[in-house]
Every structure is written in C-alpha cells, then in structure tokens.
Design a protein around this ligand. Sequence first.
Ligand SMILES: C[C@](O)(C(=O)O)[C@H](CC(=O)O)C(=O)O
Ligand SMILES: [Mg+2]
Length: 299
Amino acid sequence: MLYASTPAHEKRRLFRERLAAGELLRFPGAFNPLSAKLIQDKGFEGVYISGAVISADLGLPDIGLTTLTEVATRAQQIARMTELPALVDADTGFGEPMNVARTVQTLEDAGVAGLHIEDQVNPKRCGHLDGKAVVDEDTAIKRIRAAADARRDPNLLIMARTDIRGIDGLQAAIDRSKQLVDAGADAIFPEAMTSLEEFEAVRNAVDVPILANMTEFGKSELFTNEQLANVGVNIVIYPVSLLRLAMGAAERGLDTLVAGGTLQPEVGSMQTRARLYELLDYEAYNSFDSSIYNFKVQS
Ligand SMILES: C[C@](O)(C(=O)O)[C@H](CC(=O)O)C(=O)O
Ligand SMILES: [Mg+2]
C-alpha cells in the first residue's frame, strides 16, 4: 500500500549483491509507476527508467529536451512504487561535469539504485540511430569521474554508456569502456552492439558488469535471456517495450472505436477493474478506514 517499503539504500545494497552473484538481471522499462508495480508482480529483478520513454510520454523526441528536474521527478515517482532497484537513464548528464555531479546527487535523492551517463554530444539521439557523434575521450572521462565522486551512497551504481561503437567500431568501444572503468564506472553499457560476439568482446575487456539493450527496431537482434547470460551479460533492459506494447494496444482500441462506435470487442483484451485494483492493493487501504473497500468488483 502507498509506496514501497524498502529504503533506497537497501535497494542499492541488494542490487549490488545480486549483480555480484552473477545472474542475469532483467529490467523492463516502466513507462509509469503503475507499470513498475506490474514488472515487480511478474517477478523481474529490476525496473528501467528510459529517457526515450520520458520524452515520448511528454510528446517529445529523445534528443535531450527533457530537464534534470523532469527526469528526477519521474524517476522518483517510479522508484518509490517498487521494492525493485530502479536504473535510470541520465542521458549525457545534463551539462558539464559539474552538472553531472549535481545530476547524480539529485537522482540519488530520487531513490534510484543506479543511473547511466553516456558519451554522446548534445543534441543527442537514440543510440540505435545512425549519424550519432560522441565527445572526446577527455570529456567522457571527466563526466564519469564527476559522477563517481558525487555520490554519497557508495552503493549507487554509476554506469557509463558508450555510443562510440556506431561511429568508430567495436575496438573503439572496447578501448573507451576500459577508460570509463578506470575513471570510476561501476558498470558499462555498450550501446548498439550488433552481435553476441560483440557483447562477449566487451565482457572480456572489462572487469565490471555489462548491460545489453534489447530495444526493438534497433541495431541489435533481440537475443534471448539465455543467449545473453551465456556471453556474460549481467543486466538486460527492455527500455521502450512496455510503452510500445501499450501504445500498440491503445491504437488498435481507438481504431475499433472509430470503426464500430463501441469498445465492446476490445473489452476482453483490457486489464480488468479487478486486476487493476489488485495491483493498486486497493483493499489494503481498509486498514485506514474499513469503509474504503466495501464493494464487489466484476472481473
Ligand atoms: C535506452 C535508451 O537510451 C532509452 O532512452 O530508453 C534508448 C532506447 C531507444 O530509443 O530505443 C537508446 O538510445 O537506445
Ligand atoms: Mg536514452
């Protein structure tokens, strides 16, 4: 009921513990706090908070238009609704290294377990698009160093994302990943890897956890959990997937309504009122006042 009971520092500690255990941790992207509850209910290990989703949710493209305040607000709303660790996309860190430091402290206060900062220039774009540009080595290193130094909870996971693979190739991604680990990154997000062999090459080059981005309509094939675990990937994200599924369903529903003037044919595919109330733990609110949940719901 209300918010999750696990304090943020405890979520971070448990996240670190599970990462150290070496299992593949699955983080679907929550497009809102309610979907974070669903992700937890289905037994996943964590929740991803995607910059692309926050932008799309606001009706904007993912080109660095969102502000730290907007991202931190959404991250807090999502993170507090789940016992699971939340990993948030901090894009390029919202400015210079000193801004990156403030970004880290603000997101730490928002209760996330980890965040990633990428080496793209601004305006940035989706890592799976062509025509990206990255900052030089020195700037990329300064961002990560500032991030690592800024956290107050040593268990807050600072992940460095590099977008260089799509520009200068795999070897450049390996070199930069190593530099970012030396700069203090706790984990590496090699963006837009094209094959399992590429993930494996990054895995073998660094001594920290690595993340695979299984975004649809991108550069990577949608590898299975087993395939990713076999090449030593530690975290897999499905950043925009739930939003795409929900928007696909919403569009089909609206088409049905336009065509037939009623949503009756769609009711069978909707989440029921009973299931929604179950996810919201509606009945538990009777502990405040026994007249809150004193009705029967049709399922
Ligand atoms: C992971 C990502 O940074 C995100 O914001 O979710 C995006 C996802 C996407 O646009 O498909 C990315 O740059 O890969
Ligand atoms: Mg992003």
